[in-house]
Every structure is written in structure tokens, then in C-alpha cells.
Design a protein around this ligand. Structure first.
Ligand SMILES: *[C@@H]1O[C@H](CO)[C@@H](O)[C@H](O)[C@H]1NC(C)=O
Ligand SMILES: *[C@@H]1O[C@H](CO)[C@@H](O)[C@H](O)[C@H]1NC(C)=O
Ligand SMILES: *[C@@H]1O[C@H](CO)[C@@H](O)[C@H](O)[C@H]1NC(C)=O
Ligand SMILES: *[C@@H]1O[C@H](CO)[C@@H](O)[C@H](O)[C@H]1NC(C)=O
Ligand SMILES: *[C@@H]1O[C@H](CO)[C@@H](O)[C@H](O)[C@H]1NC(C)=O
Ligand SMILES: *[C@@H]1O[C@H](CO)[C@@H](O)[C@H](O)[C@H]1NC(C)=O
Ligand SMILES: *[C@@H]1O[C@H](CO)[C@@H](O)[C@H](O)[C@H]1NC(C)=O
Ligand SMILES: *[C@@H]1O[C@H](CO)[C@@H](O)[C@H](O)[C@H]1NC(C)=O
Ligand SMILES: *[C@@H]1O[C@H](CO)[C@@H](O)[C@H](O)[C@H]1NC(C)=O
Length: 652
């Protein structure tokens, strides 16, 4: 109990502590101090408030990044108001000519997340329904790079917005020769002394750089505690909205009341702890009730009934018996979402996946599997035979594939299967080519062959299964999503999906998955099969050099692409075929998603109907460097001139 009190006391003291922080630049480690929403990222040492990806469209985005810890703005019914000083450096680069679109803003807001439909002219501040209402609860200093309304001064101004996008005060930057959207650093200082809010632009001493000072009582518009940060948007016209450094210092409102606060917080805290205990108990109880088979069956069964050739429903007992009560001896493997066991149903061999109860995505994954592969039938897809949901256990039954997954055969330094590595000869080139073709056919079927486009979203060697004749079968649809063909061309998700090493550069930054991101992952698989190397690092700078795509591209640039082929093949392949496959792999891994071939084209190339796609010898930089001069060192590593040769790879 005394421990709890001590924690509460500490929390209470922390609560009344003033807010002060300084980010001279932004590193990945700083993410934990920021709340970044689903569109902002830390990249190139700055906050990219709206996405920054070359090739992928960045139209119509809004973004909001705030400091995680809220700032206490007032107390005592607004009689006491805090003051603050903040200085930050903006860098906005137009992606359209002549000006950019739309703008960036410093905000004090009740909500850490941007409102829906706040892209374009709304700057991520308000949306059509919250504009002008006190519920918006936001005060913003906008740096507007577009004249979107008749009363906007021009496409280069600073304004003070209170619960609306129409500024209460605004000043053009043109007279002082500061242009916002030309990719230069603009230093801004904002001060609030409890009465006046003043904005300074420029690096000269503050006296000479005052832009405007506006009397405002923030307590009448904002709640007691607010989040401080930035919002921004793009529209038809786009720009890269980035914040390179940020210092904030907010005053402590009421020192003499600190002790009083400590007591209040302690009492409230203790009461809350008791309440939370009760709530948790009730929640657990309710959750248990909800998950009871009787209660939970309807929605699962209904969703499955919608599928034309629905998989069979099994009883738990039947599957438990088939797998010897899930005997560890029958374990075939373990994935992110569950464990797979071998089983015998009658005299049919099956693989039974038991979805981990701990996995929060477990149920979603289960539904995705059953409803996606439930109605897909293709000889290169793993067949789902049935499912079971009983005793709060989610189980999936698949055809059994004796040779397991592809990764066991291609990576010869794999610690998982040393026995296989030693005793079996490497897969022949013909077999590998057949595997690539099989996966390509499966993927073409998913993308183009069914009524709805299906995105697999997690194509990788360990999700490709091999039957006794080494025919490839794509499996693990736990992350798959269907999208209606014409309605949408991408799928957006907030959850983290996919596997590092197989994720296209744009999906890491925008968290969007498209047919092109599937093609990228397929390209990585092609290269793995041909080169017998793991995909290696992701785009993080340190791992960058070990990435299979970058390494092979470097060999290609030097005109030595065939040296990338798996040395264990000992040259036993047709050079033209190998070269064609390697080029196809690189083409699928083009940094620009629009340049990647479709699965249709891939099939034509593999069948010899079309020549391999043209691949630039210099790997195109995948990012649009937002501030070219200062990020030169990055550019060089990106274009590959300093990449180590492929033979130096660790292979993991
Ligand atoms: C941001 O991260 C860097 C690197 O870990 C760290 O040194 C720095 O203190 C962090 N900045 C703040 C304000 O916490
Ligand atoms: C803001 O800066 C002014 C001038 O330097 C200073 O007097 C004031 O105390 C500062 N306020 C905060 C909260 O740091
Ligand atoms: C940005 O604006 C400048 C000046 O009008 C123009 O020259 C440049 O092409 C624009 N940038 C882009 C990417 O359109
Ligand atoms: C937003 O709200 C303000 C204040 O109610 C109003 O004057 C303005 O016309 C609105 N702007 C738009 C674009 O709807
Ligand atoms: C607020 O600013 C106005 C001018 O912009 C000035 O006249 C007034 O004295 C300032 N008030 C305070 C409290 O600083
Ligand atoms: C600011 O507004 C609050 C709430 O509307 C009010 O209680 C307070 O007196 C005002 N402060 C000043 C200095 O006018
Ligand atoms: C954006 O462009 C489309 C046509 O491409 C046009 O219909 C629409 O009005 C434009 N929106 C804005 C806000 O300019
Ligand atoms: C952006 O949104 C506007 C308004 O909803 C729409 O007219 C326009 O087509 C969109 N632009 C793009 C490039 O998607
Ligand atoms: C981000 O989240 C908002 C709601 O919080 C949602 O409307 C939007 O579609 C999401 N965007 C992306 C790119 O996931």
C-alpha cells in the first residue's frame, strides 16, 4: 500500500511539474516521447508530419504529431493561466509548382489525433463539421502555403486560428522575404505570457523578428490540459511538411497549490485504483462471457457462411484426437500467431494450426484465413480444409505438405534445419524456377483471378509450402485482406503488418498495402530463391548494406549480376534464364511502386512471352530527400556508391 502511495505521490508531483523539452533533431528513439498518429513519421532526422515517399502518392493526407505528455494550461477556473515559449525549425518543400500545398501548423489541442477529413485546406486542424465550433478545442498558428479561402492573404502567410481554419490574425511573409515552401529552414518562436500570443519568424534577435502579437485568453478556448505539437496536410497540391527541431518550455502554474494537488491526486488516485480493480474484474467476467462458444459462434459462422465453398467445421475433440492432444512431438512449427501440429483425420494427413490465445490479432487473423482462403481455390494455394472454434480455442485445418516451408531448403546457413542442409543436395535450378512460377501463378490469381482483389500482405519464404513434388503452395493468409476491385486500389491499416525485409519502402512509411507491395515481397522471394540469401536489413541505415535487393543491384551496376546466383548451384543453370529471373526480381523490387511489373507481366516474362523488364543499372533513390544539401551523406548511401560487395554479406 505504501508503495502505491509513493507511486501516486511521484505521479502527482510529476503531474504538476512544468513541461520542458528540447529536440535538437529527431531520432527513432524519440518516438516514444511523441504521439505520431498513423501518418507522421520520424525520417531523416525530422518529423515528417505528412508522409514523405517518392513514388507513392502523398495527396490528401493529414497528419498530427504531439508531445505525449500533455501541458497544463490553466487552473483554478481559468484564474491562473500558464505561459510558454517554444522555438522550432520548419522545412517545407513544394512538390508542385510554383507553390506547395497545403500547410503546417503549431497546435495546442485537446485531441492528440487529427480529425477525419481534415486534409487539404483544413491543415489537419479541423474538419468541415468541427470548423467554427467550440468542440474543436484547438488553437493553431498556421504556416499556410496555399490561398484556399477568399480571406486567406496569399500562399505564404502565418495566421492565428481559434477553433476554425479562418484566421483571427494573419500576416504575409512576403514583405520580410521569407518563403515557406522552398525547402529552407524557417526558425519560428512562439511566446504566450498568459495574455498575448506572439509569433516571431527568423533567426535575428526576437525584437526585430516579431511578426504579430495577438491578445488571447487561451483558457476560454482550451481545456485545462492540452497537447502541444504540429499538424499538417496535403491536398491536390502537395509538399513535404517537416519539423527539424523543437524546444518547448512551459511554466508551472501554481506552486503554492502543489501540495494541495498532491493530496487531491492521491485521494482520487486511490479511488481510481479501487474502481479500476472493479472495472477490470467486470471486464474479465464480461470478456469470458463474450468468448463463450454459444455467444461467439454467430458472427464467425455467419461470416463463413458467406463463402461459396465454405471449409468444414470441426469439433475440438476430433482435432485434439487427430493431433494426439496437441502432442509437442507432432509440432511442425511455430509462427507469430500460433503453433502448427501434424494430425491424422481418418487416414488423411493434415496440419492443424492452433491460434495463440495471447495473440490480440488472433481472432482477426482467424477470420482473415477462413474468409479469404475459404473461397479461393488454386493449385498453388495451401488448401484450408476446415476450422474449429470451441472452448475459446481457434483452430484451422490445412492440407499437410510433407516438405514444409521453402525457407528450410534455400538458406544453407539456417540453424533450424541443419540435418536437411547436410543430407540433401540443394534444390536444382529447375525446381527453383518451378517454385517461382508456382508462387507467381498463385499471386496472379489473388490479384487478378478472383472477383475481389486479395492482398496477401505477408509473402515470404516461410509462408511458401512445398508438397512432396516440390510444387509451391502459398499459405498463411493471416494478414490477407480483400478489397473490391474498382472501389479502392490500396488497403490502409493501422496495425503493423508484414515482415521486415519483405516490406516495400513505401509501405513502411505510409503503412499502406497495395498490389505493388505484394509484388515487392514477391521480388524479394525471387531473389532469395535464386541467390539463397536471406533478405537482410530493412531501410534503417545500419542494416541497409546487408539488404539482398541493394546488394544485387550493386552487382548488376558492375555488370556482374550472375555472381549473385547461389554458389551451390555450381553454375548448373541456363545463364539467360538466371539473368532473366534476377532482373525480374530487381524489377519487382523497384523503389518506385509505379515502376514495378504487374503479376500478369511477371507471368509473361517467366513463360518467355515477354522479355525481362528493363532495370536501370543505378538503383533509383527511393526517397525524395526533403532537404537536399544537408542530407548529402544519406543520398550517397542511398544511391549505392558505397555499398559493400555482395560477397561480404553475412547471409542473415
Ligand atoms: C532523443 O533521442 C536521442 C537519442 O536516443 C536522445 O539522446 C535524446 O535525449 C532524445 N531527446 C529527448 C528530448 O528526449
Ligand atoms: C519565456 O521567455 C521570456 C523572455 O526570455 C521569459 O521572461 C519567460 O520566463 C519565459 N517563459 C517560460 C515559460 O519559459
Ligand atoms: C517548387 O517551386 C519552384 C519555384 O516555383 C519550382 O521551380 C519547382 O519546380 C517546384 N518543385 C516541384 C517539385 O514542383
Ligand atoms: C469555418 O468557420 C468559420 C467560423 O464559424 C466560418 O466563418 C467559415 O466560413 C468556415 N469556413 C469554411 C471553409 O467553412
Ligand atoms: C499585447 O500586445 C499589444 C500589442 O500587440 C500591446 O499593446 C499590449 O501591451 C500587450 N499586452 C501585454 C499584456 O503584453
Ligand atoms: C480567461 O477566461 C477564463 C474562462 O473564460 C476566465 O475565467 C478568466 O477570468 C479569463 N482571464 C482573463 C485574464 O481575462
Ligand atoms: C482537386 O482536383 C479535382 C480534379 O482533379 C477537382 O475536382 C477538385 O475540385 C480539386 N480540389 C481542390 C480542393 O482543389
Ligand atoms: C483530393 O481530395 C479532393 C476532395 O475530396 C478530390 O477532389 C481530389 O480528387 C483528391 N485528389 C487526389 C489526387 O486524390
Ligand atoms: C488514420 O486514422 C484515421 C482515424 O484515426 C483514419 O480515418 C485514416 O483512414 C487512417 N489513415 C491511414 C493512412 O491509415
Amino acid at each position: 500500500m505504501s508503495l502505491i502511495l509513493a507511486v501516486l505521490l511521484w505521479a502527482a508531483l510529476a503531474q504538476v511539474e512544468c513541461l520542458h523539452f528540447n529536440f535538437p533533431n529527431f531520432q527513432d528513439e524519440n518516438r516514444s516521447q511523441l504521439h505520431m498518429g498513423n501518418t507522421s513519421r520520424i525520417f531523416l532526422g525530422a518529423i515528417q508530419v505528412t508522409p514523405d515517399v517518392m513514388g507513392a502518392p502523398i495527396h490528401n493526407f493529414s497528419g498530427r504529431t504531439v508531445y505525449k505528455k500533455p501541458f497544463r494550461l490553466w487552473s483554478n477556473q481559468g484564474q491562473k493561466t500558464a505561459s510558454f515559449n517554444t522555438t522550432f525549425v520548419l522545412n517545407i518543400k513544394n512538390q508542385t509548382s510554383p507553390a506547395g500545398g497545403e500547410g503546417l501548423a503549431f497546435i495546442l489541442a485537446a485531441n492528440p489525433n487529427y480529425p477525419q477529413d481534415s486534409s487539404g485546406q483544413w491543415l489537419g486542424i479541423v474538419n468541415p463539421s468541427s470548423n467554427g465550433s467550440i468542440q474543436a478545442n484547438i488553437v493553431a498558428v498556421e504556416f499556410d502555403t496555399r490561398k484556399s479561402y477568399p480571406d486567406d492573404l496569399d500562399d505564404n502567410h502565418v495566421g492565428l486560428d481559434v477553433n476554425t481554419i479562418n484566421s483571427r490574425a494573419q500576416v504575409s511573409l512576403n514583405p520580410i522575404g521569407v518563403y515557406l515552401s522552398i525547402a529552407v529552414d524557417v526558425t519560428v518562436t512562439i511566446r504566450y505570457d498568459g495574455k498575448n500570443l506572439s509569433v516571431f519568424v527568423g533567426q535575428e534577435d526576437l525584437k526585430n523578428s516579431l511578426l504579430f502579437s495577438e491578445p488571447i485568453n487561451l483558457s476560454s478556448y482550451l481545456p485545462e490540459t492540452v497537447y502541444v505539437g504540429f499538424s499538417g496536410s496535403t491536398g491536390n497540391l502537395t509538399q513535404l511538411n517537416c519539423v527539424r527541431s523543437w524546444e518547448f518550455s512551459g511554466s508551472d502554474i501554481d506552486e503554492e497549490q502543489q501540495l494541495w494537488w498532491v493530496w487531491v491526486v492521491c485521494v482520487v488516485g486511490a479511488a481510481l485504483a479501487v474502481l479500476a480493480g472493479c472495472a477490470f474484474y467486470l471486464y474479465r467476467k464480461r470478456k469470458t462471457e463474450l468468448e463463450d462458444p454459444e455467444d461467439a459462434y454467430p458472427d464467425i459462422e455467419e461470416a463463413i457462411r458467406g463463402c461459396s465453398r465454405a471449409p468444414r467445421k470441426f469439433g475440438w475433440k476430433e482435432l485434439s484426437k487427430a493431433t494426439g492432444k496437441f502432442n509437442p512431438k507432432n509440432k511442425l512449427g511455430k509462427g507469430g500467431f500460433g503453433t502448427v501440429y501434424k494430425g491424422m483425420l481418418g487416414n488423411m494427413e493434415v496440419a492443424v494450426k492452433k491460434i495463440s490465445k495471447k495473440s490480440t490479432q488472433g481472432k482477426q487473423e482467424f477470420m482473415a484465413e477462413v474468409t479469404t482462403i475459404g473461397y479461393l481455390h488454386h493449385r498453388n494455394l495451401v488448401k484450408l480444409i476446415g476450422w474449429c472454434y470451441e472452448k475459446r480455442e481457434l483452430l484451422l485445418v490445412y492440407e499437410y505438405l510433407p516438405n514444409g516451408s521453402l525457407d528450410r531448403f534455400i538458406f544453407y546457413d539456417d540453424k533450424w534445419s541443419p540435418a536437411i542442409q547436410e543430407t540433401t543436395t540443394p534444390l536444382s535450378w529447375e525446381k527453383r524456377l518451378a517454385i517461382i512460377c508456382g508462387v507467381a501463378q498463385a499471386l496472379d490469381y489473388l490479384h487478378n483471378g478472383c472477383e475481389k482483389t486479395v492482398l496477401h500482405r505477408d509473402i515470404k519464404a516461410s509462408n511458401i509450402m512445398l508438397d512432396s513434388e516440390f510444387n509451391a503452395k502459398l499459405g498463411d493468409f493471416g494478414l490477407a485482406r480483400t478489397i473490391l476491385q474498382k472501389e479502392q486500389t490500396h488497403h490502409s491499416t493501422k496495425e503493423i503488418a508484414g515482415t521486415p525485409g519483405y516490406m516495400a519502402p513505401e509501405s513502411i512509411l505510409t503503412a499502406r498495402f497495395t498490389v505493388e507491395t505484394d509484388v515487392y515481397a514477391f521480388g524479394v522471394v525471387i531473389l532469395e530463391v535464386a541467390c539463397a540469401r536471406k533478405p537482410g536489413g530493412q531501410t534503417e541505415r545500419d542494416n541497409y548494406l546487408s539488404n539482398i535487393v541493394h546488394g544485387l543491384w550493386e552487382l548488376y551496376r558492375k555488370g556482374r549480376i550472375l555472381e549473385g546466383a547461389d554458389p551451390r548451384l555450381k553454375g548448373e543453370f541456363t545463364r539467360e534464364e538466371m539473368e532473366c529471373v534476377l532482373l525480374l526480381g530487381l524489377a519487382c523490387c523497384h523503389p518506385n511502386p509505379n515502376k514495378r511489373p504487374s503479376m500478369k507481366t511477371v507471368l509473361q516474362v517467366l513463360s518467355g512471352e515477354a522479355p525481362p523488364p528493363e532495370v536501370p543499372t543505378e538503383r533509383p533513390a527511393f526517397m525524395w530527400p526533403p532537404m537536399p544539401p544537408s542530407f548529402k551523406d544519406w543520398d550517397q548511401s542511398l544511391t549505392g556508391s558505397q555499398l559493400s560487395p555482395f560477397s561480404d554479406f553475412t547471409g542473415r
